[in-house]
Design a protein around this ligand. Sequence first.
Ligand code: FAD
Length: 243
Amino acid sequence: MADALSEFKKYVFPKDYAELKDYPLRIHLISASPKILPMLSGKSYVNSLKDLERLKVQVHLNVAVQSYDGLTVKLSNGKMLKTTNLIWTAGVKGTFSKGLQPDIVRRGDRLEVDAFNAVIGTDSIFAIGDVALMKIDAYPKGHPMVAPVANQQGTHLDKNLLKPKNKWQPFIYRYKGSLATIGKKSAVADFGTLHIWDLIAWFLWSTIHLMSISGFKNKIMVGLSWASSYFTYDKGNRLIIRK
Ligand SMILES: Cc1cc2nc3c(=O)[nH]c(=O)nc-3n(C[C@H](O)[C@H](O)[C@H](O)COP(=O)(O)OP(=O)(O)OC[C@H]3O[C@@H](n4cnc5c(N)ncnc54)[C@H](O)[C@@H]3O)c2cc1C
């Protein structure tokens, strides 16, 4: 979000909002944790910070947002930021149907499940993906809330449900690596001890995401659309009314 806003100012303002091209837009990224993108290795993390610096995003680590009154953001280090725009990206919560026992609802409103994704205390209710909290030694706080976990749990549960219960296998998450884009031309990627960054990582990110889109026609259409916006920086007409 922070890098997209920075590029928005650089590439979109001059075209679509010419009157705002010199607007002193400043982007602050505030994180209560000591690291942004916590799943990244040290090397990729350093590269991601360099990319944000290049995009003029000011990163504040170990700092929490304490309050916002619509004009001023108060930070835990005592600093204040004057702004009318605060974009909140922390805290994804689960939603679940009423009627479940409240004691199976854990942090972030996730439902505690056993190794087969069955909601604790039930034998015919299953939860997968973000809303499921499976506590195992490798992930005592539950698996990360990312798409590969949701996909793998879905496929795994599907296979289990087609078999008699005594043949069910516990879910084991296969971590395939981490990828994150920072801006339009840069990304960082970790695959075990292999670290890739910059443009190559960005192309890798695009290819992997393109491959994940279902249907050949969709892949081609999205690929062409990405290629066009990559080279032209044109996302189509966003303005409906103009003087
Ligand atoms: C801004 C953002 C960026 C992200 N970026 C990445 C990324 O780069 N890589 C990555 O791996 N993951 C990313 N994630 C996380 C990823 O999107 C989730 O982990 C993944 O979508 C989880 O899949 P899911 O099927 O568990 O839940 P969801 O994809 O959230 O699907 C749940 C569905 O249930 C529906 N629903 C909710 N309540 C009800 C109800 N009562 N009845 C019926 N339907 C209901 C919702 O509408 C939704 O369609 C990102 C998440 C966010 C918010």
